[in-house]
Every structure is written in structure tokens, then in C-alpha cells.
Write a protein that binds this ligand. Structure first.
Ligand SMILES: Cc1cc2nc3c(=O)[nH]c(=O)nc-3n(C[C@H](O)[C@H](O)[C@H](O)COP(=O)(O)O)c2cc1C
Length: 483
């Protein structure tokens, strides 16, 4: 039996697993076991956008390369009057960046032409099981499996009957029998056909076999004077249902939580053109902001001067100095979680020049330094608006754990993310980070400090891991419990 190394999975899959396992309070390995068990038992929810489809497909390949389109559908058009709506459906799917390959049954061609379907889908249209051109490499099997989802619209009474009973005497039914993909049915038929006992039986069989249904709606029929349940769902409704199956919502375990994050360096002015700074790039704080936003939190990021794009969906307040950063942090309160990842300058120039300082024969002008406000300690020691979870960062160049432990006790925060920023590590400005998560257990100020050392990771991975710890902690009654 082959073994699975979680570490070697794609980053997106690992991110999904971490968030999902944190939400369900299971280890990542346990979560994988649960997913596999549910898949075998047929209970697993459709795969998320992070997840890779069960077998390689064009969509999966393009997802990995980042190229468009991101998903693909085989659309089977049955022989009903509603077939004209499937022309609009092709457009609706394509505008959702879903690639569409169409199969027309013989009867469908009485209602829409392969030419119209081909022109709209920008693909060749498939109509014949015994087409030598597409069957030289088992084309019906490729149409059945080389996609992420099969949509049948309109699903006629006849097509549903053939599918329920395992027929495979034309291209559409052969594809439906040969597929291992989810099938979305959009039935369309006369209300009496829909309510007929045979159709009800077929429908029950199909649903038991895992087919997903959209509609039918109730309303007027094409036949004059007839109304009832049997109208095919509108193209937009079917496209939305397909999209939900292809890209179900990402777990949002931090929904409803407000997360305040600081990032980057601060610039402390010497005069109007010079300043004291540090080498912080802001990458780690920005990655945490993006991960918290992905997990559903409302994120406010207070950033010093950095060369990074604002993370989408995050409210970013740009500041220069430590005092401005503190002011923006205080304005952003209350928050459920505060993460202080910024490298705030400890000192600023007390005698900041109003004009550019000039070289004089008297030599270098003396710079008097005064201590900057300590943002982490100030917020950690608040009595009224203190966020329930306050996380600091300790960037150290020596005695990392000892210094971080001392900082945790001194500042009064709950967790410290300690990282070695000595030049040899390349952490400052680099893309990777090696961190240790220190926490005060059970909120006891002078109690034990737990140290959790993580392997070398990208800053995005550190961010995801930290958010996963926060998710676990946030679901606890006390946010001060050790991660
Ligand atoms: C004008 C016309 C409209 C039809 N509309 C429908 C329909 O909406 N739903 C349906 O199940 N059958 C409808 N039928 C019957 C189907 O066309 C027929 O059962 C056909 O064999 C279905 O082929 P398929 O299995 O390729 O879909 C209609 C027939 C005609 C002549």
C-alpha cells in the first residue's frame, strides 16, 4: 500500500487541508482519512477550488499553471424544446471561465444546430458515437472523463430513462455511463411527463446514484395553455449550480472575526529627507493578512512603507512612523485578534530637523534619540479594548528562544512568533522563514511557556499555519489557551 506525504502535496491542497483540519479540530492526517472515508462512502462534499479533481483533466492542468480556463464541463444537450436555452448556458458557463465541450443527441439537433453550438462554444461539437474522427482514441471516454463536471440540459424524460437504466446506444448515454464525474441534470419536460410514475422512478434512481438536480421550475410550457412543473431552470441558475459544484465555497472559519495586523518597517524622520529605517519587507505580515482574509476574517492591515501590493479584500492603512502606526492601531480597535508583525523602530529622533540638515564645519549634528511607543505592550496591557488574542513577533539575532520568552512575559501578549533574523538566515526581505510559536498556557502570566518549532517554510506557509492555530484557538472558549 502506497503512503502519502502531506508535505509533498501542492501548496493549495495543503492550505485547504490545514484550514479544514483546524476548523474540524483534527490533525491534518486525520482530516485526510475522513475525506477519503467520506469519498468512499459517497458523502464527501464536492471538491473545493483548492482541491484537485479526482483524475487529471485539462482544467486541473490549467489550474496548476495558472492559465485560463479553470474548469471544464461536458454539456450534453437533449432533444427538448428547452434546448435553445442551452445556447445561453454555454455563454454563461464561459463567462465563468468554464470551458465547455458540447454533445448533441440526435433529437437535440432537431431543436438547435451543431453549427450554432460550435460557434458559441468555440469547440467542435460531438454528435455521433461511431464517429471515426473522434473515436480513433475512444473519444466518448475522453468526453466522459476529461472534464470536471457533466451537465445535461435539457435532461429529457427519455435521456433520464436511458441514464437510469444504463443504456449506452448513443454518444450521450455512452458518456453518461462511462463517466466518473459528477453529473448535473437540468430536467425539462411537460408537467405530465415530469409527474409520470416512470419519470419519478428514474429520477429516484438517478439521485440515489449521485446525480445532482437543478429545477425544473414551475411555469408556462411551450405547449399552448399548459402550465406546471417542468420548465427547465434558467441558464444563469444552471451555470450557478455548475459553478457551486466546481468551485464550492472555501471554508471561512474566521468569518465574523476582526483581525488587526501590523506589517513592515517604520521610518523615523531625521529631517524632511532622511529617516531611520530597518530591513523589514512586510512580506510576513502581508501574507498573514491574506491568509486571515482567505479564512473569512475582516482584516485591517496597518503597514509601514513597503514595496508590496495591498492584499485583495483587506483594509490597508499606510503609515510611516511608529507613532502613526500606534494611532492607526488604536483607531482600528476593537478587534478579536491582533497580530503585530511590524518591525517598529525602538527609537526616533527627538530633535528632528524642520529643514534638511546641512554639513557644517562643526561636524555631524548630534542626533538625540527618544524611545518610541511600544505598540505590542500598549495594546497587550489595555484593560478595556484589549483584543482577546494578542500575538507579537520577536525578531532576534541571538538567544532566540530565551529572548522571545522574556519578550512574551514583558509585553503581556499571549503568543510570540519568534524568528531568527540574523543576516545569514536571509529572513529579512527573503521569502522563507523559520519560526517558533511561543505561548503562555491557560493565560497564566507567570506560568509555563509552550514552544512549538516549525520547519523552514515560505512566509505564506507560515501565515497559513499561524491562521490554522488561530482558528483552533478561536473556536475555544478562551483565546489564551496554548496553540
Ligand atoms: C416539439 C417537441 C418538443 C419536445 N420537448 C420535449 C421536452 O421538453 N422534454 C422531453 O423530455 N421530451 C420532449 N420531446 C420528446 C423528445 O424529443 C423525445 O423523447 C426524444 O426522443 C428525446 O431525445 P433525447 O433522449 O435525445 O433527449 C419533444 C418532442 C417534440 C417533437
Amino acid at each position: 500500500m502506497a503512503s502519502l506525504t502531506i508535505r509533498k502535496l501542492d501548496d493549495a491542497v495543503k492550505t485547504y487541508l490545514r484550514l479544514r483540519s483546524a476548523t474540524n479540530r483534527r490533525s491534518v492526517e486525520e482530516e485526510v482519512r475522513v475525506i477519503l472515508r467520506e469519498l468512499i462512502e459517497g458523502r464527501e462534499e464536492p471538491l473545493t477550488p483548492f482541491a484537485v479533481p479526482p483524475a487529471p483533466s485539462t482544467a486541473a492542468a490549467s489550474q496548476r499553471t495558472g492559465a485560463l480556463p479553470e474548469a471544464s464541463v461536458t454539456l450534453i444537450i437533449g432533444g427538448g424544446i428547452a434546448a435553445y436555452k442551452s445556447l445561453d448556458l454555454i455563454r454563461r458557463l464561459k463567462e465563468r471561465r468554464i470551458e465547455v465541450r458540447c454533445v448533441l443527441t440526435k433529437a437535440a439537433q432537431q431543436f438547435v444546430t451543431p453549427l450554432a453550438v460550435s460557434a458559441l462554444s468555440h469547440e467542435r461539437v460531438y454528435t455521433d458515437l461511431f464517429d471515426p474522427q473522434s473515436e480513433f482514441d475512444a473519444g466518448h471516454i475522453r468526453l466522459a472523463r476529461d472534464c470536471d463536471l457533466i451537465v445535461v440540459a435539457p435532461a429529457t424524460a427519455d435521456l433520464m430513462a436511458k441514464m437510469a437504466n444504463g443504456h449506452a446506444d448513443d454518444l450521450a448515454s455512452a458518456i453518461l455511463l462511462a463517466t466518473n464525474r459528477k453529473v448535473l441534470l437540468a430536467p425539462a419536460m411537460n408537467p405530465l411527463m415530469w409527474s409520470n410514475a416512470a419519470t419519478r422512478r428514474n429520477l429516484a434512481l438517478l439521485q440515489r446514484d449521485g446525480a445532482v438536480l437543478i429545477g425544473p421550475n414551475s411555469g408556462e410550457m411551450a405547449e399552448a395553455g399548459e402550465a406546471g412543473v417542468g420548465r427547465m431552470s434558467e441558464a444563469i441558475e444552471i451555470a450557478n449550480a455548475a459553478e457551486r459544484l466546481l468551485r464550492p465555497p472555501v471554508p471561512r472559519p474566521l468569518a465574523g472575526k476582526r483581525v488587526l495586523i501590523t506589517a513592515g518597517p517604520t521610518h523615523e524622520p531625521i529631517d524632511p529627507v532622511r529617516y531611520i529605517a530597518n530591513r523589514s519587507s512586510g512580506k510576513q505580515g502581508f501574507a498573514i493578512a491574506a491568509a486571515a482574509q482567505t479564512a473569512g476574517a475582516e482584516v485591517i492591515l496597518v503597514s509601514g512603507p513597503v514595496d508590496l501590493d495591498d492584499p485583495p479584500g483587506v483594509t490597508v492603512k499606510h503609515v510611516e512612523s511608529a507613532r502613526q502606526m500606534l494611532e492607526q492601531v488604536q483607531t482600528a480597535l476593537p478587534a478579536d485578534i491582533a497580530i503585530f508583525a511590524a518591525a517598529v523602530a525602538d527609537w526616533r529622533v527627538a530633535n528632528e530637523g524642520e529643514q534638511k540638515l546641512k554639513k557644517t564645519s562643526a561636524g555631524m549634528p548630534p542626533l538625540q534619540l527618544v524611545e518610541n511607543p511600544d505598540i505590542l505592550a500598549t495594546i497587550s496591557k489595555l484593560t478595556d479594548k484589549r483584543p482577546p488574542l494578542v500575538i507579537g513577533f520577536a525578531a532576534e539575532t541571538e538567544h532566540l528562544i530565551d529572548n522571545a520568552k522574556a519578550k512574551l512575559a514583558r509585553k503581556g501578549c499571549d503568543w510570540i512568533v519568534a524568528n531568527d533574523v540574523s543576516p545569514a538566515t536571509g529572513v529579512m526581505g527573503g521569502d522563507r522563514n523559520t519560526v517558533h510559536l511561543l505561548s503562555r498556557t491557560n493565560g497564566a502570566k507567570d506560568g509555563e511557556i509552550a514552544v512549538d518549532s516549525w520547519p523552514v517554510m515560505t512566509k505564506e506557509q507560515v501565515a497559513t499555519e499561524l491562521v490554522a492555530h488561530i482558528v483552533r484557538s478561536a473556536t475555544d472558549k478562551s483565546l489564551e489557551t496554548a496553540p
